[in-house]
Design a protein around this ligand. Structure first.
Ligand code: AMP
Length: 500
């Protein structure tokens, strides 16, 4: 079954319902949405795009992003959404690796990309695009569950990104787990795209199409906390995906404006570690509007979830532990912890492994990487963590980030959690530095939010964690290096240390 059928059905039964909004303005109802996606599909076919071909999308968030995605799927092709923050040369590399036959772009990105690629580029909003999205449409091309739907390039904090093959079946599994494990959805809801549509936020589009909810794309095309707060107030019943750093900025902006998040139904957060102090503050301010998910491109958005009630609960004897976890396995997957000799028991720390419907069949044209990552039917996530007896999964770190000092494993996240509780610390990242004596030393990079020094932080650590875990040195910096999704680049920090 082709996922695009969900749009055809929504148009048939809720044709007049608002579908695509740009800021405050409704730009298309479901009939209008479908009546632009179907001609776009037909126009792609006329330009030689055949089922199974890849069509790249190098665009900022825009309501027509969804017209393009569904158009590509109706045509039986696969979309290759590319993070709009990438350099044109990086986008060109992805287009080449994917073997994309055509690209859809927004204006400025297209201008830079044109110099780098040979494939034809169609600009959203341009004359050709307008022509392609009007006229006669076509019905969706039949697809099998294993057919490629979305070629997702991992953000990659090291090396070249890899293309994850997301199939129609996987995306349906992720979508159908959403109302069961993350948040119930209805036609009265609105999905707001505060984060890149090329990533997790876009993965959540199909389920909202399925129920005939509205889709709101902020005018800024990016994340502006004040704009998000205003849009939510205007529309009401808004849900959105946010990276943890965005939640932090949302809380700061709402507090400054004296707003309590009116109109926000749900903020789904994930994609990186959320510090306990930040989520407690967010729930205190906004109330029970937060759900956490843990996923990765290889199992998009669908490994675990920590429900709204669990995120807001302060009465359970172990609520802190639970809030520091990423929740329990979603309905469509099995989660286990792997050690050197097989599956480990509760409380034991090892590599997180996942099996189930939303797990990728492999990377795009990269058998060596696939063989390393899919083993005995399990997806090896590269994340380290432990399960408790109730099935709550707590992430320690990426395996490569674990610090081994004097033969003992130190999980940077644990040290970061402690330092984040200090009022003088705004952001922190902990990494290992090669040491002749210990193998590695613990070093903390700190963005201070007030007057604080090494002595104060050391005293604070002594009060809160084992001595051997506390940083040997502190580096005070103005900002932490981050990738385009806001994830801290620990490799960059380690490089700085190596360079002295
Ligand atoms: P990506 O494939 O770019 O989406 O990155 C996925 C990685 O982000 C995972 O393998 C984890 O290391 C991290 N991640 C995702 N969700 C969470 C979460 N809720 N808490 C901590 N880390 C997360």
């Amino acid at each position: 079954m082709n996922l695009a059928i969900w749009l055809e059905r929504a148009a048939a039964v809720s044709g007049g319902a608002p579908a695509l909004c740009h800021g405050d303005a409704v730009v298309a109802d479901y009939r209008g949405f479908a009546d632009r996606a179907a001609p776009f599909a037909a126009a792609l076919r006329e330009r030689g795009v055949t089922p199974g071909d890849r069509v790249a999308v190098f665009a900022k968030n825009h309501p027509d992003y969804l017209v393009v995605m569904f158009g590509v799927w109706i045509a039986g092709a696969a979309a290759v959404p590319i993070n709009a923050k990438l350099h044109a040369k990086e986008a060109a590399w992805i287009i080449g690796d994917a073997g994309a036959v055509l690209g859809v772009v927004t204006a400025e990105l297209g201008a830079a990309l044109a110099a780098e690629v040979q494939v034809p580029l169609v600009e959203i909003g341009g004359a050709e695009f307008i022509e392609m999205t009007s006229g006669a449409g076509m019905g969706s091309v039949p697809r099998e569950p294993d057919d490629l739907c979305w070629l997702f390039y991992t953000s990659g904090t090291t090396g070249r990104p890899k293309g994850v093959r997301i199939t129609h079946g996987m995306l349906m599994a992720t979508s159908l787990a959403y109302p069961v494990d993350v948040d119930p959805v209805s036609a009265a809801d609105a999905a707001l795209y505060a984060a890149p549509m090329s990533h997790g936020a876009g993965i959540y589009a199909p389920i909202h199409v399925r129920v005939g909810a509205a889709h709101i794309v902020p005018r800024s095309g990016g994340f502006d906390a004040d704009e998000v707060l205003a849009l939510a107030r205007g529309h009401g019943q808004v849900s959105m995906f946010m990276a943890p750093t965005m939640v932090r900025r949302l809380t700061d902006a709402a507090k400054a404006a004296g707003r309590r998040g009116e109109g926000i139904k749900t903020v789904v957060y994930g994609g990186g570690p959320m510090y306990l102090a930040d989520i407690v503050e967010a729930v205190d301010w906004f109330g029970p509007r937060f759900v956490q998910i843990y996923g990765q491109g290889e199992c998009p958005m669908a490994i675990t979830a920590l429900s709204r009630d669990e995120v807001a609960d302060r009465s359970h004897p172990r609520w802190r532990e639970r809030l520091g976890s990423v929740g329990r396995a979603q309905s469509v997957v099995e989660v286990a912890i792997g050690g050197p000799d097989g599956v480990l028991g509760p409380g034991e720390t090892g590599e997180i492994m996942v099996k189930g419907l939303p797990v990728m069949p492999g990377y795009w044209r990269n058998e060596a990487a696939t063989a390393k990552t899919l083993r005995d039917g399990w997806l090896m996530t590269g994340d380290v963590g432990r399960l408790d007896a109730d099935g709550y999964l707590t992430l320690a770190d990426r395996s490569k980030d674990v610090i081994i000092s004097g033969g003992t494993n130190i999980y940077p996240r644990e040290v970061e959690e402690v330092l984040m509780q200090h009022t003088g610390v705004h952001e922190v990242s902990v990494v290992g530095r090669p040491s002749a004596e210990w193998g590695e030393d613990v070093v903390a990079f700190v963005v201070a939010s007030g007057a604080v020094d090494q002595r104060a932080l050391d005293a604070f650590c002594l009060e809160n964690i084992a001595r051997f875990k506390r940083p040997k040195s502190y580096m005070f910096v103005d900002a932490l290096p981050k990738n385009n999704y806001g994830k801290v680049l620990k490799t960059e920090l380690r490089k700085r240390l190596a360079e002295g």
